[in-house]
Each structure stands twice: as structure tokens, then as C-alpha cells.
Design a protein around this ligand. Structure first.
Ligand code: NAD
Length: 479
């Protein structure tokens, strides 16, 4: 970006490894249907070029998918010996690893995220999730949910666009390991890795109907959530849609988990190792363009070191490279859609209007595609919208505090409760702080660390239920 003394030569990853169909059907009962009459185009957010057309599933399609899932649940998947089910999950995990490059390039094309993130984070973690839950399949009696925990049946799963394949893995792996079958709807702007995953299910010879993928937008999601033939609803997305889903599911016998938005606080005490903290702040808010539900979007820095931290932070952010997501040197890719870019711009404008000062490095944005420079707001108060609302973009709000009590009070002053970070040299201070933070995940001297073995989830407006780890099994078991 701003650094002109040392320029990197372009290092683009080849997209030849990906072969796209011009139009995709739905994946129902182990096979792709012909493309539906209504199609939506998914575009590359880095240059607005259309990538492929994708079917829009209507109520009839959703019904066929749920029927196939029910049949597979009753006849094949739930009667199957658990160790056999586990083998399929291990096989899927292995195929994801084998096709990792193809999946990573496709994810970056469809989502806009830097290839180094899809290659090193999204895809390996997706494979790890299947691998981890494969191991649980024949050990459920020892998971702490009774001697013979039973699956629920058919799971309806709706996921967002920020980590398309990873969110799919978070949903499908525990569901299958526990003996359920699924109908999953990916986000309308990032359906392509889910459709490639359907091909992987075929390659793994997963019995037809165990996994069904229906594409489309909100109406398809609504039809899936409202379908009376499912036993479980799992949703990851915005709090607003989560509320609507909670209303739809209320009064039914369906089990529900909601993974919603967040406004995570990243607390930096004056004894923190500053260089590491700056790396953690950058990772917390600029990883995946800030399209991260658990992003550290509110920096709470102790007043005595605020100036020094900001100085180092700006230096570091000036060295981030924004541009072609397929370039291996890119740190910040494209914003996923025009709508999301408009939302980020509008919220950033409220920051200026309400009196905060914004800073962004001197960086040239590509002429085509959806781009937003990494931005830091100072002079932010707790009343400002940029300190309260989820921006879901590369925008950091900086607030200061004087005492640990004030840090905790400010961190908890949010309707959300998903994540937080604490940077300090002292273990006692870290534990004192973590114990008082109302957040589902608290990282210490690190940020945005994910592992299939650890549970993830929120409180209050960030939703309920846990995904990942042993806890993640519970959502799919009749306990
Ligand atoms: P969104 O809620 O608009 O959409 C999410 C999914 O729901 C998409 O597949 C969409 O098509 C579908 N959908 C939209 N309206 C629907 C409706 N009325 N009924 C059923 N389905 C519907 O969210 P988004 O903009 O795609 O994703 C961003 C949000 O997701 C952010 O708020 C972020 O914090 C949240 N998120 C949370 C987690 C978590 O684990 N807590 C993880 C990733 C993203």
C-alpha cells in the first residue's frame, strides 16, 4: 500500500485449478437437478465479473430436499453403525485436504478474501472440523450426554457469506457425526464452495440424501426454516434475521441454535507486549476484511499507552497490502458485495457525523470491484453508533480506559456478547478480566484463534448454543 520503498512483484495464484459450470442446479438426494427457472448470478467481488449462475430453490424444491433428507435419515444414516458414519466423515475430510487448492481459489474468487487466508485458515479448518467430528461418531456414549444419545433427525441449516466453506463445516460435520441428515442453504453471494462440497459428497460416495444443498436468497432460507418436516434449525447470520427465525421456530418442537453478530472488545493494558498487541489488533479487525462476527472491532486501550499504541498501529496498517485476493501477498481483499460495501460506508459516515476522526493509510483502491480501505476511528465515545453497531468491515473504533474496572464496564456495554481479547503480561489480571467479561469467547494475548475442539458461541444478541468441541454435539442430539 503506502510503502513505496519496497514493492512486491505480483504473485497471483492460478485460477486454472477451478472449473466452473455456467449454471448450477440444486443438490438433492445425491444428484444435481437441472438449473431452476429462476437463477441468480454470483460475481467476483474483486472485479464484478460474473462467475456462474446459481439456482433459486422455491418451496417445492425445499420440500423435495427435506423429503430426501428424511428418507436418508430413516433408511440409511441413523441405522448405520456409528463407526461406519465416522469413515464417511474421515473420507470427506481427506478429500477436502486433497482438493484444498481448488477450494481455496474458489473461495477467494467468490468471497473476495485473500488467498493466503482461504488457503491457510478457511480450508484447513474446514477439513479439521470434519476430521475432529469423525472421531466423535463412534464415541457419543462417552460425550457426557447419556449412555445412548439419539440424533434429532433432519437439520435445516442456513449460513452466511463470510466463511462459506468453514461455516458449512461447522454445521454439517457435527450433524452427520451424530447421525442426522441435513439440508443446507449457503449465502446467495457465496454459494460456489458449497456446490463444490456437494461434488465432494458424491466423490466420498456419501449415501444420497444425507447432505442436500439448496441455493437461493432470503425466501429460500425462509422456506427451509419454516418447513414442518425438519427437527433442528441451525442459523449463522445477522441478529435481525436470527430474531425472525426465533419467532418462526417458537412453538414448534424444533431445536434451535443461533450464531449471530458481535461487537467484540479488544482490551490492551499498559503492561501488554505492544508489538504483539498491535499484531493482535490488526488480526482482530482486518482479518477477512473485518467480515468476522467475533472481530475485535472495539479497541479499548489504557490511556497511558494509547498514543504509543496508535502510533505503532498506524505504522503497521500502512504496511498492509490491499488488492487482488488471488495474490499471495495480499493482506486485505475485497468487500463481499455492493450491499455490504454500502452498509460499511454508511456506518463509517455516521462516525464522522457524530464527531469521531477517521484515519486510513494512503492506499489506492482498484477501479472495479468492492473495496474499503482499513480505517481507524479515534475520538469515539460509547454513545457513537460505530461503537455500538456491528460494522462487519475493516473499521476499528478506538476507545480508552484508565482502570481495569472501567475497561470491563466499557467492554460489557454492548447488546452483544460473542468475543473479547485481553492483552496483558500478568496472568492474574487476564483471569480477573476474563471472569468479568460477558462474552462467549475470551482470547488472551491472541485473537481470532479457532480450533474444532473448542466451543464457540455467544450470549444475548449474539445468539445461543455452541458450535465446536464436545459442546457442539449437544445441539444435534436428543439429550
Ligand atoms: P444474513 O442474516 O443477512 O444472512 C445469513 C443467511 O441467512 C444467508 O444465507 C441469507 O440468505 C439467509 N437469510 C436472509 N434472510 C433470511 C430469512 N428471513 N430467513 C431465513 N434465512 C434468511 O447475514 P449475512 O449478512 O449474510 O452475514 C453477516 C452476519 O452474520 C453478521 O451479523 C455476522 O456477525 C453474522 N455471523 C455470525 C457468526 C457467528 O458464529 N456468531 C459467524 C459468521 C457470521
Amino acid at each position: 500500500m503506502a510503502d513505496t520503498t519496497f514493492a512486491y512483484a505480483p504473485a497471483p495464484e492460478s485460477r486454472a485449478v477451478v472449473s466452473l459450470r455456467p449454471a448450477y442446479g440444486l443438490f438433492i438426494d445425491g444428484a444435481f437437478t437441472p438449473p431452476t427457472e429462476r437463477l441468480i448470478t454470483t460475481v467476483n467481488p474483486a472485479d464484478e465479473e460474473p462467475l456462474a449462475e446459481v439456482s433459486v430453490a422455491d418451496e417445492g424444491d425445499v420440500d423435495r430436499a427435506v423429503t430426501a433428507a428424511r428418507r436418508a435419515f430413516e433408511r440409511v444414516w441413523s441405522p448405520m453403525p456409528p463407526a461406519e458414519r465416522g469413515k464417511y466423515l474421515f473420507r470427506i475430510s481427506r478429500i477436502i485436504q486433497e482438493r484444498a487448492r481448488e477450494l481455496a481459489v474458489l473461495e477467494s474468487l467468490d468471497n473476495g478474501k485473500p488467498i493466503k487466508e482461504s488457503r491457510d485458515v478457511d480450508i484447513p479448518l474446514a477439513a479439521a472440523h470434519f476430521f475432529y467430528y469423525a472421531g466423535w461418531a463412534d464415541k457419543l456414549a462417552h460425550a457426557g450426554f447419556g449412555a445412548a444419545p439419539r440424533p434429532l433427525g433432519v437439520a435445516a441449516q442456513v449460513i452466511p457469506w463470510n466463511f462459506p466453506l468453514l461455516m458449512l463445516a461447522w454445521k454439517i460435520a457435527p450433524a452427520l457425526a451424530t447421525g442426522n441428515t441435513v439440508v443446507l442453504k449457503p449465502a446467495e453471494t457465496t454459494p460456489l464452495t458449497a456446490l463444490l462440497f456437494a461434488e465432494i459428497c458424491q466423490q466420498a460416495e456419501l449415501p444420497p440424501g444425507v447432505v442436500n444443498i439448496v441455493t437461493g436468497a432470503a425466501d429460500t432460507g425462509r422456506a427451509l426454516i419454516a418447513h414442518p418436516g425438519t427437527d433442528k434449525v441451525a442459523f449463522t447470520g445477522s441478529t435481525e434475521v436470527g430474531r425472525e427465525i426465533a419467532r418462526t421456530v417458537a412453538g414448534t418442537r424444533k431445536k434451535l441454535t443461533l450464531e449471530l453478530g458481535g461487537k467484540g472488545a479488544n482490551i490492551v493494558y499498559d503492561d501488554a507486549p505492544l508489538d504483539q498487541a498491535v499484531e493482535g489488533i490488526v488480526n482482530g479487525i482486518f482479518f477477512n476484511q473485518g467480515h468476522v462476527c467475533c472481530a475485535g472491532s472495539r479497541l479499548l486501550v489504557q490511556e497511558s499507552i494509547a498514543e504509543e499504541v496508535l502510533h505503532r498501529l498506524k505504522e503497521r496498517v500502512s504496511r498492509l497490502r490491499l488488492g487482488d485476493p488471488l495474490d499471495k501477498n495480499t493482506d486485505i481483499g475485497a468487500i463481499n458485495s455492493a450491499e455490504q460495501l454500502a452498509r460499511i460506508r454508511a456506518l463509517a459516515q455516521t462516525g464522522r457525523d457524530e464527531g469521531s476522526q477517521d484515519w486510513a493509510p494512503d492506499c489506492e483502491l482498484p477501479a472495479h470491484g468492492y473495496w474499503f480501505a482499513p480505517t481507524i476511528f479515534t475520538g469515539v465515545t460509547q454513545a457513537h453508533r460505530i461503537a455500538r453497531e456491528e460494522i462487519f468491515g475493516p473499521v476499528l473504533s478506538v476507545l480508552t480506559f484508565r482502570t481495569p474496572d472501567e475497561a470491563v464496564e466499557k467492554a460489557n456495554n454492548t447488546p452483544y456478547g460473542l468475543s473479547a481479547g485481553v492483552w496483558t503480561e500478568k496472568g492474574s489480571r487476564m483471569l480477573w478480566t476474563a471472569g468479568r467479561l460477558r462474552a462467549g469467547v475470551v482470547w488472551s494475548n491472541t485473537f481470532n484463534k479457532f480450533d474444532p475442539t473448542s466451543p464457540f458461541g455467544g450470549y444475548r444478541e449474539s445468539g445461543y448454543g455452541r458450535e465446536g468441541g464436545r459442546h457442539g454435539l449437544e445441539a444435534y442430539l436428543d439429550v
